[in-house]
Design a protein. Structure first.
Length: 286
């Protein structure tokens, strides 16, 4: 494909990768200093502005449909604008005017290194050898999830204390072991296959089994469950807050840049599993 950017059209960068490998996280970090220029397509207005357009494609499109889309973006934006295309579909790389960024799951060594850097922040892990050993164990337990790595690392970074880190490790490991025992799979893999996991291990009391549904995207203007309590995943893992006894929404991650998207999961009791699963599927944002 010729580079439309050289003729005044926006530069197109495809970011290609599998389920939850960090495509949107990467874009969020890249663009965090340019938050005022990040728009979804439905918010782009005609005008002489340089705009960064971020759009996700869930299904492939043919060349004709892409040409219409690209022409629309070109007409709506000024010269020098850019388009970032996010997709799981490798074929979208053909529309790039620059080389596509392809994200794959990190190796265990890469994942552990990333997690420890996030967990220690500006602190020197060499000054905390026992904490570093605990961080290695936590990285194994997390199973390669980038979102979970960010959440747990943020939690640990707040308090460089051995007993606190061990508490988080044991609580999360208990949840993982419970799912491995019941379903024979790691919770990360269960969720990626669009099935609920058991998070009862995070509760200190109560006989009801708690099910966390697969994640969905929730924005400020499209939340179907605004009346339900929203609990941060890190707070649930930490275990020092009061958790609702009925259904609630678990907030796994929230973007700090426009459009302030949240990754959330519905949580319900086991007796509500069927109904809640069906309703969650109906509500799931694409």
């Amino acid at each position: 494909m010729n580079d439309p950017g050289s003729y005044g059209g926006p530069t197109v960068l495809p970011v290609i990768g599998g389920c939850r490998v960090g495509k949107k996280t990467l874009i969020s970090h890249v663009c965090k200093n340019d938050r005022d220029n990040i728009w979804r397509m439905e918010n782009v207005k005609f005008g002489n502005e340089r705009i960064l357009t971020v759009v996700e494609f869930l299904v492939d499109v043919d060349d004709y449909d892409w040409a219409k889309f690209y022409t629309t973006v070109t007409c709506m934006t000024a010269e020098g604008s850019k388009v970032i295309v996010i997709s799981r579909i490798p074929n979208f790389a053909r529309f790039g005017t620059v080389k596509a960024v392809c994200l794959n799951s990190l190796s265990h060594e890469q994942y552990t290194y990333l997690f420890k850097r996030l967990a220690f922040g500006s602190a020197d892990e060499n000054q905390h050898p026992y904490l570093a050993s605990i961080a290695n164990e936590v990285a194994v337990v997390l199973g390669g999830s980038l979102i979970t790595a960010n959440v747990i690392a943020d939690l640990l970074r707040r308090k460089l204390d051995i007993q606190f880190w061990l508490r988080i490790l044991h609580r999360f490991k208990g949840m993982v072991d419970n799912n491995l025992s019941k379903y024979g799979e790691h919770p990360k893999d269960i969720l990626e296959n669009e099935r609920p996991i058991d998070i009862s291990a995070f509760y200190s009391s109560g006989s009801a089994t708690r099910r966390q549904m697969p994640p969905r995207v929730e924005g400020d203007d499209d939340s179907p469950n605004r009346k339900l309590a929203h609990i941060a995943f890190g707070d649930l893992v930490e275990g020092f807050i009061s958790v609702p006894s009925n259904e609630f929404v678990l907030v796994a991650w929230e973007s700090r840049i426009a459009p302030y998207t949240r990754y959330v999961s519905d949580v319900c009791c086991a007796e509500d599993k069927l109904g809640s699963t069906n309703s969650a599927r109906k509500r799931r944002s694409l």
